[in-house]
Structure formats: structure tokens, C-alpha cells
Design a binder for this molecule. Structure first.
Ligand code: NDP
Length: 433
């Protein structure tokens, strides 16, 4: 904290992980100390910060700051998304990169952890401005990445359009057609089911976690926050499983739809028109639109935070528990504050942390890398079946690790331990690097 005082999100993520690793650390104290294993684990292998100049439609030059943090490559090439949002700074990218290390390990696939992005706001920009920014960003980033070294993907503000512009620029400068990014369009190496993967995976894990605890997902009511990539496909899969999602949100307001979110309308508003949720409310008589935050005040069985970090606070946790919530599964990265997480656990709410619950996105990205290496494309059903298998395995890995350390049902501890063990072993085998 003294060395990097302005990185509160990073400290929060490290605190959560190290606290839950206590039993493992105590069991291996001498060895870890001798190897400085934990110090190495919390220090990124390297981090890049760079200038991104670009020109808007009026000829005005703007300058943004870009980042790529290659956190830990012990078990495979660095892998993790790129976020374009005005709130991006080094501390946020470090927190996301640190979480990514354990998440990627949990998938069981050979991928290390990294993250990147820029403090660029894509909202309200023309297509040409987005392209100009993405090309300038990649002109610098392409020096540090490659199909076998570091393979970025999308995150907040980075979808198929941005990945396409960045892939084009990488190919132009480096002169190679390789799987250097995931989340690509289907016509140039993308994987079927990647768009759906994080939201679908969240529901595969939630269903399995409920099943382990003797609960059926069909018939349950869900509150979802966000209305981006993760939220939309979480709502789609939850609805398919027979649950009813009654909320969604964006950064200005939220929807309560007593009849359940109309997915086709939501996709039209968010994916096609790129409009605000007020448009959804205008077209849907059963929906109420509210300014500000409020998704967690609704009475539901399951809460699925799918927007951003620290969006579910202690007051929200109290409201959800008072309304009888059974399970919370994090579609976003670290959406629940430490205090709120503890409150859920103390009140016997099943709580699946993001690094397990939203791992379906990166897992499917790793499947995209495999397809690119093979120069083959699998069917939607093949990818979806693999995704389901991975999410079920993750659920049992976190459940088993929690039981092994006498903390049955503590999935925060279980996910952290299960993710950590493999990385720690690989680091030990590879010597002091
Ligand atoms: P999108 O950009 O597609 O959507 C983000 C959604 O969250 C939007 O509805 C956005 O509203 C809302 N949001 C973003 N920032 C804020 C904020 N500060 N306050 C309130 N609402 C906000 O991103 P994704 O759906 O891809 O990502 C959502 C979360 O899931 C992130 O935490 C991301 O790291 C995580 N994640 C994503 C994966 C993926 O495959 N996409 C994989 C694993 C995790 P608005 O449009 O108004 O900004």
C-alpha cells in the first residue's frame, strides 16, 4: 500500500485473495517465505503505460493513456481483456490482471493472467473516431503482444467492432495473421459462442452451485445489473433455464420489468441502436424506468451483478438478504464490496465470486486460441458443450477446495485456493523468475 498508494481496487483484490488463502499459506509458510512466492505473486511481471494520440471528426487531436499489465505467465501466455472506460487507471488494470491470474487457472486451460485498456470513453464517438483510437492504441500495443506471448480480448467498452479494428492494425503493422486477439468476428478467426460465453457460463455455474445445495433454478426470480455483453447473455440463459429476470441497468438508470426482461427488445436497444434504457421503457408497457441505482432493492431469489466493480454495497446486501435472496453470482469483476460479500456469507447466502462465476468468457477465448492454432472452427454446440463442462468443473473445484479446508460453502475461499494452487506449483517448478 505504501509503494502504490493510489491503487485502492488493487489492494482490495489482493486483500480478499490473501485473506482467504490463509490456511494454504500457513500450511506452506516456510517454503513460500523462502521463495518469496507471495511477493512475486502480487507483483506483475511487467506493465506498460503509453500515449495514444488520435484525431476526432473535427480535426481536433486528443491524447489518452493506454495500459497493458502482464501479471503472471507461469501457466501460459498472458490472457485478459482490454477495457475502454474513462475510469481506467493503473490500479484498476492491476486489480483486473491479478484476478485474471486465478480465474484463468481455474478454467483448467493453459493461460496466464494479464489485463489492459485505456481511459478512452467510446460513448458518443463516431465509427471513424473509434477506428482512429483503436488503430493508435494498437500501434503501440502490438510491440508487446503475440499469439504465443500475450493475447488480449474485449471487456467494458471493447466488443467485436473494437477487436476488429485492433486486429486489422496488428496485421498491418506486424504482417502476420495470427490469433493475437480473441473475441474476433466469425469471418476472420472468431469462435462461435464467444459473445454468449460469459453470460451463459455464469448461469451454468449458478445452476450447478444451486444443484449442489439442493435447489432448482427453474421458477426463480433474478435481479441483473448492467445491460452490456455479460448482462444480456446472462438474461438469455437464465430465461432459457426457466428463471425470470426482472431488472437490468446502465450507468444512468435501471429497469424493473414485472413481466420479465424482453430480450429481443433489450438487444435491439443496446446492441443495434447503442441507445439508453429509456428507449426500452418507452417500448415496453410492463417496464418502469428509474434514474440512478436501485436494482438490488427488488425482491428476488438470485442476484447477478453484471456491470462493474464495487456496484453492490453493504446497504444493497442488507436489502437483498431482507428480501430473502438465496444466491449471488458475480458476472462482473469484483462487483461486490468486501463488506457486502462478508454479509452475504454470514447470512448463509450462496456466493460465487467473479473469478469463478465469470470465467466462461476467458475459457471460451482460450478455446478460440485452440481453434486458431488448429486453423479449424468448431460448431456452436461443440464450444457450448465444452463451456458447460468447464463451468461445472470450476463449480466442483471451488466446492471441493472449500470442503478440503473445512469451510464448506465458502466459495470465495474455495475459488481462490483452487486457482492459486496450480499457479503456485508452476512458479515453484520454474525457479526464481
Ligand atoms: P459492456 O461494456 O458490454 O457493459 C457494461 C455494462 O455495465 C453497461 O450496461 C454499462 O452501462 C454498465 N456500467 C459500466 N460501468 C459502469 C459504472 N461505472 N456504473 C454503472 N454501470 C456501469 O461490458 P461487459 O458486459 O463486457 O462487462 C461487464 C463486467 O463483466 C465487467 O466487470 C467486466 O470486467 C466483466 N467481465 C466481462 C467479460 C466479457 O467476456 N465481456 C468476461 C469476464 C468478466 P453504460 O452502457 O451506461 O456504460
Amino acid at each position: 500500500i505504501e509503494k502504490n498508494p493510489s491503487e485502492p481496487e488493487f489492494h482490495q483484490a489482493v486483500k480478499e485473495v490473501l485473506e482467504s488463502l490463509k490456511p494454504v499459506i500457513e500450511a506452506n509458510e516456510e517454503e513460500y517465505k523462502k521463495q518469496a512466492l507471495l511477493e512475486r505473486m502480487v507483483n506483475p511481471e511487467r506493465q506498460f503505460k503509453f500515449r495514444i494520440p488520435w484525431v476526432d471528426d473535427n480535426g481536433q487531436v486528443h491524447v489518452n493513456t493506454g495500459y497493458r499489465v502482464q501479471f503472471n505467465g507461469a501457466i501460459g501466455p498472458y490472457k485478459g481483456g482490454l477495457r475502454f472506460h474513462p475510469s481506467v487507471n493503473l490500479g484498476i488494470i492491476k486489480f483486473l490482471g491479478f484476478e485474471q491470474v486465478f480465474k484463468n487457472s481455474l478454467t483448467g486451460l493453459p493461460i496466464g493472467g494479464g489485463k489492459g485498456g485505456a481511459d478512452f470513453d467510446p460513448k458518443g464517438k463516431s465509427d471513424r473516431e473509434i477506428m482512429a483510437f483503436c488503430q493508435s492504441f494498437m500501434t503501440e500495443l502490438c510491440k508487446y503482444i503475440g499469439a504465443d506471448t500475450d493475447v488480449p480480448a474485449g471487456d467494458i467498452g471493447v466488443g467485436a467492432r473494437e477487436v476488429g479494428y485492433m486486429f486489422g492494425q496488428y496485421k498491418r503493422i506486424r504482417g502476420v495473421f495470427e490469433g493475437v486477439l480473441t473475441g474476433k468476428g466469425l469471418s476472420y478467426g472468431g469462435s462461435l459462442a464467444r459473445t454468449e460465453a460469459t453470460g451463459y457460463g455464469l448461469l451454468y455455474l449458478t445452476r450447478e452451485m444451486l444443484k449442489i445445495n439442493g435447489i432448482e433454478i427453474a421458477g426463480k426470480t433474478c435481479a441483473v445489473s448492467g445491460s452490456g455483453n455479460v448482462a444480456i447473455y446472462a438474461i438469455e440463459k437464465a430465461t432459457e433455464m426457466g428463471a425470470k429476470c426482472v431488472t437490468c441497468s446502465d450507468s444512468t438508470g435501471w429497469i424493473y420489468d414485472k413481466d420479465g426482461i424482453d430480450l429481443a427488445l433489450l438487444k435491439e436497444v443496446k446492441e443495434v441502436k447503442r441507445a439508453r434504457l429509456t428507449e426500452y421503457a418507452k417500448a415496453r408497457p410492463s417496464a418502469e424506468y428509474h434514474e440512478g441505482k436501485g436494482v438490488w432493492s427488488v425482491k428476488v431469489d438470485i442476484a447477478l451483478p453484471c456491470a462493474t466493480q464495487n456496484e453492490l454495497h453493504i446497504e444493497d446486501a442488507k436489502a437483498l438478504v431482507a428480501n430473502g435472496v438465496t444466491a449471488v453470482a458475480e458476472g462482473a469483476n469484483m462487483p461486490t464490496t468486501l463488506e457486502a460479500t462478508k454479509y452475504f456469507q454470514d447470512n448463509k447466502v450462496l456466493f460465487a465470486p467473479g473469478k469463478a462465476a465469470n470465467a466462461g468468457g476467458v475459457a471460451t477465448s482460450a478455446l478460440e486460441m485452440t481453434q486458431n492454432s488448429e486453423r479449424l472452427s468448431w460448431t456452436f454446440e461443440e464450444v457450448d458443450a465444452k463451456l458447460q463442462g468447464i463451468m461445472v468443473n470450476i463449480t466442483h473445484a471451488m466446492d471441493e477446495a472449500a470442503k478440503r479446508y473445512g469451510e464448506d460453502g465458502n466459495y470465495v475461499l474455495g475459488a481462490n485456493i483452487a486457482g492459486f494452487e496450480k499457479v503456485a506449483e508452476a512458479m515453484s517448478f520454474q525457479g526464481i523468475v
